[in-house]
Design a protein around this ligand. Structure first.
Ligand SMILES: *Cc1c(COP(=O)(O)O)cnc(C)c1O
Length: 239
């Protein structure tokens, strides 16, 4: 396992670099977030040994399960799953660095209240449903301006960027449309003084396209740690 994770990471870094070269970008401007759902703490440690220190988890119970084993090793954790309002308090126990899945006002409100209570702040990305698929979470792109403005009232939430999951399709141009849409939302919000400099988009299958469209953070699971037992919809649901 150690050998394959190490090799896979080298391969991913190469893919990121090649995609950057192709679009005249600096590879240092694209971060690798390792999507570690279902991955054991032991395997995550192998990735840490390879100087990768940014992980993304979808479920609070997985964060809690791996917390003790990983807490002494310097790393950052982003929450990339669907977050229920009644789980906010739970999630904040684990020193998560960023929540990438802010997709509704009610959630932001809950988060703000809890952060005030704990006297903390947190980084956050706004999640958009750029593929308009029923199965995906995220707010509608049309609501981006209104939503971002409303979020300004929540001073404990530092909005740093945007996140999306591209359409699952073998047709690259359809996938590209999703990423272009997120980029356009970013430009519009930046124009209005909302500092959404990070664009979290691109996964194992479509990271090249995402980088060509301006991604600053790709979220990669399968291509590093191997196939998961269930389809992704299983990990993205509420439970
Ligand atoms: C699992 C997951 C990823 C990584 O997907 P892979 O196809 O395994 O690279 C990225 N983003 C989110 C939100 C995920 O849940």
């Amino acid at each position: 396992m150690e050998h394959s994770i190490t090799n896979n990471l080298a391969e991913i870094l190469k893919r990121i670099e090649n995609a950057c070269l192709k679009s005249n970008r600096n590879p240092e401007d694209v971060k690798l977030l390792m999507a570690t759902k279902t991955v054991s703490a032991e395997n995550i440690k192998i990735a840490f040994k390879n100087n990768q220190t940014l992980i993304g988890e979808n479920k609070i119970h997985e964060i809690s399960k791996k917390y003790e084993a990983l807490k002494t090793i310097g790393h950052q954790t982003h929450f990339i799953g669907h977050l229920q309002t009644n789980k906010v308090k739970d999630l904040l126990k684990y020193n998560v660095d960023c929540i990438q899945s802010i997709d509704r006002l009610r959630l932001a409100e809950k988060l703000q209240n809890r952060l005030e209570y704990e006297d903390k702040t947190i980084d956050a990305f706004l999640q958009f449903n750029t593929s308009y698929e029923q199965s995906k979470f995220g707010m509608k792109p049309e609501d981006s301006m209104k939503f971002a403005v409303e979020l300004q009232q929540f001073d404990r939430i530092n909005i740093k960027g945007l996140m999306t999951i591209g359409l699952f399709s073998a047709e690259t141009e359809k996938v590209r449309k999703c990423f272009k849409l997120l980029k356009n939302i970013q430009l519009q919000l930046l124009d209005n003084g909302i500092p959404v400099h990070e664009l979290s988009m691109g996964m194992s299958g479509d990271l090249e396209t995402a980088i060509e469209e301006g991604s600053t953070m790709v979220r990669v699971g399968t291509a590093i740690f191997g196939k998961r037992e269930h389809p992704d919809s299983y990990y993205w649901n509420e439970n």
